[in-house]
Design a protein around this ligand. Structure first.
Ligand SMILES: [Zn+2]
Length: 40
């Protein structure tokens, strides 16, 4: 496993996540941004 840098879809911040993690797949830096990004 390796850390990769991603740009959050919601807030635009760069964040690091494991390449096979849920955060990497969804590209949200935090649960809060995931909620906002998904419109939940
Ligand atoms: Zn974010």
């Amino acid at each position: 496993m390796a850390f990769e840098t991603y740009e959050c879809q919601t807030c635009g911040d760069d964040f690091q996540a494991f390449e096979d993690s849920k955060a990497a797949t969804n590209q949200y830096c935090s649960p809060r941004c995931e909620v906002d990004g998904e419109g939940l």
